[in-house]
Design a protein around this ligand. Sequence first.
Ligand code: C2O
Ligand code: CU
Ligand code: CU
Length: 500
Amino acid sequence: MAKINRRQFLVLSAAGAGSAIFASYTQRRASYSQGSSNSPLDLSKLHHSSNGLLELDLEASESPVNLGGKRAYLLTYNGHIPAPRLEAKPGDKVRIHFTNNLSQPTNLHYHGLHIPPTGKADNVFLRINPGEKFTYEFDLAKNQAEGTFWYHPHLHGLVAEQLFGGLAGLFIVRGELDEIPEIKAAKEEFLVLQDFALDNYGRPMDSGHMSLMMGREGDLIAVNGQINPSFSLPANGLLRLRILNGSTSRFYRLSLENHPFYQIATDGNSLNEPIEVSELLLTPGQRADVLVKGDRQPGQYRLLNLPYDRGGMGMMGGGMMCGRGMMGGGMMCDRGMMDRNDRNATIALATVNYESSVKSIDLPNKITSIPALPEPMQVRHFELNHGMTPAVGMAFLINGEPYSGELINTQVRLDTVEDWEITNTGVMDHPFHVHVNSFQVISRNGRSESLPAWRDTVLVRRGETVRIRIRFQDFTGKTVYHCHILDHEDLGMMGIMKIR
Ligand code: C2O
Ligand code: CU
Ligand code: CU
């Protein structure tokens, strides 16, 4: 094994099970070559509900995949990067027969869905060991928002590593929104944005080569598992892009050459009406639904990822967490890492090609009407910070506490409305995510937010205070809130909330 510095050692021991991934790849490859096929696993890329039931087998395993023309050994659900897209409607029952064939424990989280955080539903405290099976079962509420949600592993300590290995897929809830004539007439495409860093054998780079403090980023950016794929836009028509940032830490600042975006949803929730934006910043965990009008000179346009500076430790001018000194001599990252994290590069993520003309479609006017939440009964304060603690090294904290796994940090009452004021006193941006209930952003640094929108993840930039308003509805039990830079979450920036 390569040399392990103190920081990596701490991270590995924090992960508990450790990272025995290397060994298991070798095993898996052996079993593939023996042609092991004992389960009648349905390997299709789309599973939708019928007669009110979405039921499928889902297997997490290390699998050989083709990633941008290269052989890679990634972590997959049912062998696909990204994972199969699931589609259901409000009121449907969901039953997922899950098998963990990874070499590590794992579980499933249904990001953004309004379902119970307990039992066989969105229970992030479950631990499904290697070789074990578990059947997830829950009902989507009749009032479940229609939109773009997703699923990914959520076992504290291993979330970043498993997501970076590729484990992420869309969970689409369809309904009336999709029946709005203009939206229905639009051509629909799904864009799952993931980044990867592969070693010479095509395996995910191990954490020793990643900047965990900054949050690991890879140099290979895939859209639906492909490098720079093409999408077609009907001339005069509309293209509906449903975009997920399924990356562990990378932010995307998207812009389509010569075309504004007309945003119709934030995370899994529709906006009142389309909002014209020239760029779209998506932090890890966030989604956006946008319409693009095919009203320009027919041709080819690039979907660009523009530079974004999400902060850093200020050690290298540019903000990289590289170099000696932080952790008493351990190398934080190597030269290759710096190149991978070059934030000044503009990259083409995908290409949009005009295709033959259709009868012209207008933008929809009214989409929904977002109610204002009542005044809060309580205001709570959360401070996001990172500090050095003698025992743990670099810790990522909320209100001075790292995630403990047991301690309940926040107790709230069902059917109440609260304002949460989240202050980032650190040197990096942190996207703050709350499970189970969506929220509205009320203000940023005291300035009230003008766009009414529901979100489940909000960016709190360094130095900023963001106030969100949240109503705890329908479900009691323990759940979590955390930074969605998943290395930060794994390093402690998560709290437990109990809804009573
Ligand atoms: Cu997408 Cu708690 O996570
Ligand atoms: Cu979530
Ligand atoms: Cu963070």
